[in-house]
Design a protein around this ligand. Structure first.
Ligand code: PAF
Length: 282
């Protein structure tokens, strides 16, 4: 496995691989790799000749009061996880490689990026869309892999790829969960043992809604109310938002139809967690 730090070197290697007709699978990450990332890397390895994992804690997607400085950066461990899962190249640039002095261009995806996470985390999706576009440009993927855990992010990236006619396929793979249902996330490292146990209520609320939908409930409000009641039973939780939305537009609905996403953002202690489930009622 090769570690590349320079943007110029990465672009050269990727273009050479593409010229040789190789399929390149790219897994963009901010490091602190867990089983969710490993599942994306393994999926990329099955379908592509070369897998590039990018590890870059992107300052542009963090707000001033967010956790950029303390975001976990266990680089040596990340190399082991990526290698074991099938990565051939790690692209891990310093910030000045991606955003050199005088950098000005950003990507704004539009309505999809303004709701939910976008509304609470001003500039977040501009940062994500900008770095992902840069990473795609430098790594030249034929296939790129993202986790469903960040569902809105995945939709924003699908929209970006479509709008900019980028010649690659985006794959959104299922969320990998802890045994208690908690979605794997690098930020779970911030949870105390007690908070981690209470965080299980997020997935319980999602599966409760899904069970009621399967039993025939189609009204969003009662579903959201039962989720809210369940989450509030865990004393260290504070709900940021719960929503039932169209899975494509992310617009909230009052009655469920077609493919829906149940979205939530909840603080458990000081840590903000997001999760979601997709349901199809067509
Ligand atoms: O999901 C992440 O880890 C990041 O948002 C991404 C897509 C790597 C962009 O920095």
């Amino acid at each position: 496995m090769t570690v590349i730090r320079s943007a110029k070197q990465m672009a050269l290697v990727a273009r050479r691989l593409r010229a040789q007709g190789k399929a390149i699978g790219v897994v963009p990450t901010m490091g602190a790799l867990h089983e969710g990332h490993a599942s994306l890397i393994r999926a990329a390895a099955v379908r592509n000749d070369v897998v590039i994992v990018t590890i870059f804690v992107n300052p542009l997607q963090f707000g001033p009061s967010e956790d950029f400085a303390r975001y976990p950066r266990p680089f040596t461990r990340d190399l082991r996880v990526a290698r074991a899962a099938g990565a051939a190249i790690i692209f891990s640039p310093d910030a000045h490689e991606l955003y050199p002095e005088g950098f000005q261009t950003t990507i704004d995806v539009g309505a999809l990026a303004r709701r939910w996470e976008g509304q609470r985390r001003s500039g977040h999706f501009r940062g994500v869309a900008t770095v992902v576009t840069l990473l795609f440009e430098l790594t030249q993927p034929t296939h790129a892999y993202f986790g469903q855990k960040d569902y809105q992010q995945a939709r924003v990236i699908q929209q970006l790829v479509r709008d900019l006619h980028l010649p690659l396929t985006v794959h959104v793979l299922p969320t990998v969960r802890e045994p208690n249902g908690l979605a794997m996330s690098s930020r779970n490292a911030y949870l105390s043992a007690q908070e981690r146990a209470q965080a299980a209520v997020l997935y319980q609320a999602l599966t409760l809604a899904r069970a009621r939908i399967r039993a025939g409930e189609r009204r969003a409000q009662p579903l959201l109310a039962s989720m809210r009641r369940l989450i509030r039973r865990a004393p260290q939780t504070r709900i940021d938002y719960l929503a039932i939305v169209d899975a494509v537009t992310l617009e909230p609905v009052s009655r469920l139809r077609r493919r829906m996403a149940i979205l939530l953002a909840v603080r458990v202690g000081p840590t903000r967690l997001i999760d979601n489930l997709l349901v199809d009622v067509s």
